[in-house]
Every structure is written in C-alpha cells, then in structure tokens.
Design a binder for this molecule. Structure first.
Ligand code: HPA
Length: 276
C-alpha cells in the first residue's frame, strides 16, 4: 500500500471510531491474545465495534480471536480493548497489523498493554505462568517499520532500549505477586509462525537468551514505541516449547488453557488500569 493511501486509511478508521464513540480518548489500550477474550473486566458505557465495520481494518482469521474493538471506562480511565489481534502469519502486512494501534494513537493513546500466548524455553517457567517482557529478539524476518515512513508516526529509527517500559513491568510483577500469580520477567523471541519451532530452533533461541517464544507482540510493540506509546507486555505460558519435557504443541490446548488463565489476567488488568 502506498504511504498516502495508508495514512488516509488510518485517518478514515479513526474518523469512523470518532463517530461511534464521540469524544472518546483512549488512555490505555489492551490487546488480547489467543484464548483471552474474557480477560478484561466489563467496561462502563461500553461501545463495541466489530473489526469488520471499521474501514481499513484487516480481518482476523484465527480461531480464538474474536475481532472486536470495545471502548469504555474502567476505574475512571478511558480504555480501548482489542478483542482479537492480527498476525503476520495470517498474511497481513506488518503495516496492516499496526493500523489499529496507529489509529488509537491518533485518538490520543498513551499506553498499551499487550498480552499473548507463548511457549516457554525454560524449565522453570511453566504452563499457566505469566512473563512480563523485558525485551525481545525479532526473528520474524522483517520489521514492522520497513517499507514506508511517515513523520506523523514518529522517527524512522526508533530507539528500542526501553521498548518494554521498566516501571510498568515492575508494577505488573508487583500486582502478580500481590495476587499470588506465578510471574517471571523474560525475553520474548518473535517468530513468524504459524508452524511451531523445531527442537533445534528452540535450543538456539535458548542459547541467545530467549525465555519465551511467540508469533506476535513485536508487530505491535515496535510501531507503538515509534509513536512514543508506552508498552507493557504480559505473556502467559500455554506450553513448553518444542523438544522440551512436557511439550505439547496444539492450538486447541492453547485456547483451553487460555480460558483458565483469563481469570488471573483479568485481576492483573483490573489493578493495572487503576494505576496506569
Ligand atoms: N511457539 C511459538 N509461539 C507460540 C508457542 C510456541 O511454542 N506457544 C504459543 N505461541
């Protein structure tokens, strides 16, 4: 897509949302990953917009990703929840995947809370645990900022030194501790997918310092940082990675365990939004 057409699409999507929710300025956005549709407490005065109605939005094609934008209030904050996300492996361009976030930033977004299912590369990080991301290794084979640049979205060469906000991470880990939820801090290796990794790939990623592996997050965190939006990212372990003891790689199981961890994540999000 040409830059001009793309920017027009971002603005058109924002205009549409402004019509549906006049005066709404999202302070915090939450992007819900696989199996987590129920992880956000109900919002007050909520407006729900199916992705399919928003001009320029891509379409979700993955089971377990619902595809709607919910705008409302929680603890006095304006919150935008994306129930369902877009993945590179679905065939969307990285610019298309970034469109909803760019639209939300155009409406005033300051902080995004990313969630995702991941596989664990470390024996001590087990299914059902949470991992607050400290950093990432982008192995997707591309960069979300490749191919076009427009100053209104930020610098072409953003600094990713504090990509995952250290203060927000400390707060998330403290919330998990208070709530009695098993949580770690860790590095996310981003792969393209959709096939799961081979055991040799997982051994390599471990030796490079990765703690968890997933197929999303960086397509959102990099454009967010380019725009100066703060990022908190919390992954939940759906499985041990390929070749590891107890590894079980099956999307249906991801969804099933997701329904179980949603309750814990909901508590974390509720507390996070209070202090965000
Ligand atoms: N690998 C990559 N992505 C994932 C995994 C995995 O094992 N589990 C959930 N998302």
């Amino acid at each position: 897509m040409e830059t001009k057409t793309y920017i027009a699409a971002v603005r058109k999507a924002a205009d549409f949302v402004r019509l549906k929710a006049p005066g709404f300025t999202p302070q915090v956005a939450v992007i819900l990953g696989s199996g987590l549709a129920q992880a956000v407490p109900p919002l007050e005065a909520a407006v729900t917009i199916p992705y399919g109605d928003i001009p320029g939005f891509p379409r979700t094609t993955v089971a377990g990703h619902m595809g709607k934008l919910v705008l409302g209030r929680l603890h006095g904050k304006s919150v935008a929840v994306m129930q369902g996300r877009f993945h590179y492996y679905e065939g969307h361009s990285m610019a298309e995947i970034a469109l909803p976030l760019r639209m939300l930033q155009g409406l005033g977004l300051k902080t995004v809370f990313l969630t995702a299912a991941v596989g664990s590369v470390r024996e001590e990080i087990k299914p059902g645990h949470f991992v607050a991301l400290t950093d990432h290794i982008n192995l997707m084979g591309s960069n979300p900022l490749r191919g076009f640049h427009e100053q209104e979205f930020g610098t072409m060469f953003p600094d990713l030194g504090n990509a995952y906000d250290a203060d927000l991470r400390r707060q998330v880990l403290e919330i998990c501790r208070q709530r009695g939820l098993a949580a770690h801090a860790g590095v996310y290796a981003a792969v393209c997918g959709p096939a799961y990794e081979t055991p040799a790939e997982i051994r390599a990623f471990r030796s490079w310092g990765a703690d968890v592996v997933g197929m999303s997050i960086v397509t959102e965190s990099i454009p967010a940082r380019q725009m100066g939006v703060k990022v908190a990212a919390v992954a939940w372990i759906s499985n041990m990675c390929s070749g590891m003891k107890g590894a079980s790689l099956n999307h249906a199981e991801v969804l099933e365990l997701g329904a179980k961890v949603s309750g814990g994540l909901r508590l974390v999000l509720d507390d996070f939004i209070k202090i965000a």
